[in-house]
Design a binder for this molecule. Structure first.
Ligand code: ADP
Length: 204
């Protein structure tokens, strides 16, 4: 089981890279933002409940996010692994996720923290907004999302840093180059795990 988290500010490319890494290692890509956008597109009550937060660049309340996550994750109990994209976003979400995975004996393997200059982030989101149709890719809301990242989500760096799980990746390079860098870290992790398992030093 390989459980990855792609973490970083809005516009850092975590959606693109999560999809590529999931495809390469046959993992399931789990984007909470995309799950909620889908609910809205389908016109469900949940979609209607969360759209106000998304449109305004605010965090959807933890209980709502966690309930959705539990439901979705239970469908994927037998897959080779998950790539979490846009989740966890608060310390509480991270703690609950760890508890959930620890209970199953399938902890997070690597947390990729993508680093991109702020000016580049804003340009990317403004460009994306022109054809993505995303309601939150406009200048005012982009700044709000960056504030939310700075005030809440960035704290997770310490949380996963203390667990020695963080790998920093520059997201400034071309898409393929970033993917290769992520894959190199994954390969190293898998090789180390194999050696430790053969030596009888791990359970997995
Ligand atoms: P980005 O990282 O570019 O902002 P996402 O698709 O990950 O894009 O998230 C879009 C929006 O969805 C967020 O601004 C927030 O309103 C909501 N959202 C997504 N994931 C979470 C989460 N884990 N907790 C709270 N809100 C979330």
């Amino acid at each position: 089981m390989l459980n990855l988290i792609l973490f970083g500010p809005p516009g850092c490319g975590k959606g693109t890279q999560s999809a590529r890494i999931a495809n390469r290692y046959k993992l399931v890509h789990l984007s909470t933002g995309e799950l909620f956008r889908e609910e809205f597109r389908k016109g469900t009550q949940l979609g209607k409940d969360v759209i106000h937060f998304m449109k305004n660049g605010l965090l959807i309340p933890d209980p709502v996010v966690l309930k959705k996550l539990y439901r979705v994750a239970s469908q994927y109990a037998h897959v080779p692994g998950l790539v979490f994209d846009g989740f966890p976003r608060t310390l509480n979400q991270a703690v609950v996720l760890d508890k959930m995975l620890d209970k199953k004996g399938i902890p997070i393997s690597i947390v990729f923290c993508m680093v991109v200059d702020e000016e580049e982030l804003i340009n990317r989101m403004l460009n994306r907004g022109e054809d993505s149709g995303r309601l939150d890719d406009n200048e005012e809301i982009i700044h709000k999302r960056m504030d939310v990242y700075r005030n809440h989500t960035r704290l997770l760096k310490d949380y996963y840093g203390n667990q020695q799980k963080i790998s920093y990746i520059s997201g400034m390079a071309p898409v393929k180059v970033v993917s290769e860098r992520i894959a190199q870290v994954v390969e190293y992790f898998l090789k180390t795990k194999e050696i430790l398992t053969r030596a009888g030093l791990t359970h997995g």
